[in-house]
Design a protein around this ligand. Sequence first.
Ligand code: 2DT
Length: 221
Amino acid sequence: MAKRGAFIVIEGLDRSGKTTQTGRLLEQLEQRDRPVQLFKFPDRTTAIGKMIDGYLRSQSDLDDRAIHLLFSANRWEIASTITNLLASGTTVLADRYAFSGIAFSASKVTAGLTYEWCRSPEIGLPAPDLTVFLDIDPEKARERGGYGDERYEKEEVQKRVRGVFDRIGKEMGSRAGESESGGRWVTVDAGHEKDIVQGIIWRLVEPLMNGVENPLMRLWE
Ligand code: 2DT
């Protein structure tokens, strides 16, 4: 049977070098002539994505549950594209995914959304084969040049978000690094030099580069 493409997610806190590393990984795969496609969540180009963009730039206010569901819908509208690409043998990279969705909403203090509530709309999305979480101490992240102006780009928020990511990682990794429906979750110290982080990521991705045999799973199903 032909192998399907691998689904690789890069998650991380602000200033963890997530976008840089995702770009470098994309380049490395392309240089090896691997069919690969990168998705970035939120995808701000769709109709739903435009609503999310307005919210993040504080141009609009939305109910906490409504925006959470929009972020999730923004993944669901692309889910079948991801599934089809994987089936055709393309490696799919995602810059942020369902885990950001849970981490950012569940860490909103005043909203009072439970972890379980935040997770439920994400259940059933295509499950990554590997999630790399780029971890950085929010204080160190601030020293890297400060946060931007968007909603959530504040040290206090980042600290709480890191706490939720930690919980997700523990749950995903609870079966000896391999969860039944969520693939592997690996935390990488993003405090290292860029080239070192890139090398660590590449060692994790290389075995998946030529595709995977096991069927695509759905998140938390
Ligand atoms: P970027 O800075 O990476 O564009 O992210 N976010 C993201 C959520 O709150 N929920 C989600 O589902 C996703 C994917 C994280 C913009 C901000 O949006 C947050 C930061």
